[in-house]
Ligand binder design. Structure first.
Ligand SMILES: NC(=O)c1ccc[n+]([C@@H]2O[C@H](COP(=O)([O-])OP(=O)(O)OC[C@H]3O[C@@H](n4cnc5c(N)ncnc54)[C@H](OP(=O)(O)O)[C@@H]3O)[C@@H](O)[C@H]2O)c1
Length: 364
């Protein structure tokens, strides 16, 4: 039996993996860095003075051996639709806990299917320990505890700024899937642009459009609320254009999906995103910030809302990611859990720069 110590960051040289590794070192951790490319791993391992191991997700025996060295893997290599299931299976084989930073609805769903297996192994599987979904999951739990029996949950997010290449790739996959919401406990699909609304965030009002956000899976598990809609703020011109053309988009959707989803076209788009998008630099992250609004409503029409402000989404992801690792080590939860189910509604408030409001703050 191998003796275990510490944790591993897989995908450690990606944009977000590197931010998590830097935050881990800042908080005194010495995670094992991992990824599939030795050339890309070496510079970050040497810069942070950490040990590194090259690992290919498709090499199950090597994955098991490496995962048996640690108690937990922080999986940062996305799009997770391509990587998460292999890592979860390897973690179950090795008896190693699993955290990831996905925002992809089908990935959350898949993680929850391993709940019983994770409990049996006494490990935790937790998807979404980044900006998607810690702030919104905590808001969902906070409001559902204020209004027990709520049947509707609406969540809106603003201020994500420039995406990283990995986020852009995951968003591209999501865009092909179209709009989604949860109705009567079931996921339903609809054309992007059909559902638009104005939302008053803590700082100002913005135009938003319903898009699939991780809470369609996680908030459902955290709160049991059967009807959930998640919105994202976009420039008004974009939401109006999408709304004015949603019927046309719906008619063209099969063609669009066939064209953009075709393997050679998708490969070319992915390559273009990888070469053109660098992600926000430190200055942009420092200047950035995100807003969340959420509201629950019960069958009698009573409603409660709240607002949250956070630092930039990528900084939040690194901060919340490392805090999640620390909490798993401190409390040892087991099963497939959401962040707010495992750590409570106030977890988001532990992240530097996060503020929650029960009423709109006075305009500065
Ligand atoms: N939850 C959140 O709020 C949040 C925040 C930030 C990012 N994310 C998500 O995290 C993911 C990564 O984002 P990023 O910004 O770090 O992107 P990135 O800079 O493109 O990094 C992606 C990393 O994943 C690795 N990777 C991809 N496919 C792999 C595979 N099949 N096997 C092994 N490694 C693989 C890449 O390695 P190679 O270079 O070798 O391909 C790279 O290290 C995205 O899905 C993004 O949406 C979520």
């Amino acid at each position: 039996m191998t003796s275990r110590s510490g944790w591993m960051i897989y995908g450690a040289y990606g944009y977000s993996g590197a931010l998590v590794a830097e935050e881990a070192v800042r908080r005194g951790h010495r995670p094992l860095l991992a990824g599939r490319s030795p050339e890309k791993l070496a510079p970050i391992a040497s810069r942070l003075g950490l040990e590194a191991v090259t690992l290919d997700l498709s090499d199950a025996p090597a994955m098991k051996r490496a995962l048996e060295r640690v108690s937990l893997v922080f999986h940062a290599a996305g799009p997770f639709i391509d990587t998460s299931d292999a890592m979860i299976r390897a973690c179950l084989e090795a008896g190693t806990s699993y955290l990831d930073i996905t925002g992809e609805v089908p990935v959350f769903h898949n993680t929850f299917t391993y709940d019983a297996a994770a409990k049996k192994k006494r490990i935790v599987l937790m998807s979404g320990v980044g900006f998607d979904v810690v702030p919104t999951d905590c808001m969902a739990r906070y409001l559902s505890e204020k209004l027990p029996g709520a049947v509707d949950l609406e969540i809106a997010i603003a201020g994500l700024g420039t995406p990283s290449a990995g986020t852009a790739k995951s968003m591209f996959d999501g865009m092909l899937a179209g709009g989604q919401a949860r109705r009567g406990g079931e996921l339903v699909s609809f054309p992007t642009g059909r559902d638009v609304r104005r939302v008053r965030f803590a700082d100002r009002e913005r135009s938003t459009m319903a898009i699939p956000w991780g809470d369609l899976e996680t908030a459902y598990r955290t709160t049991g609320i059967p009807n959930i809609t998640t919105y994202m703020a976009f420039p008004k011109k974009l939401t109006s254009a999408a709304h004015n053309t949603w019927r046309l988009q719906e008619a063209l959707a099969p063609v669009t999906r066939a064209l953009l989803g075709a393997a050679p076209v998708k490969r070319a788009i992915v390559r273009m995103l990888e070469t053109k998008i660098a992600g926000p630099d430190a200055k942009a992250r420092e200047k950035g910030g995100s807003q969340v609004w959420a509201k629950v409503t019960d069958a009698s029409g009573r409603s409660v809302e709240a607002w949250l402000e956070t630092v930039d989404g990528y900084s939040f992801t690194a901060l919340a990611g490392v805090r999640s690792v620390e909490k798993v080590f401190a409390h040892g939860p087991a099963g497939a859990l959401t962040p707010a189910r495992a750590f409570g509604a106030d977890f988001a408030l532990e992240i530097e720069g996060t503020r929650r409001y029960d009423a709109l703050p006075p305009v500065a």
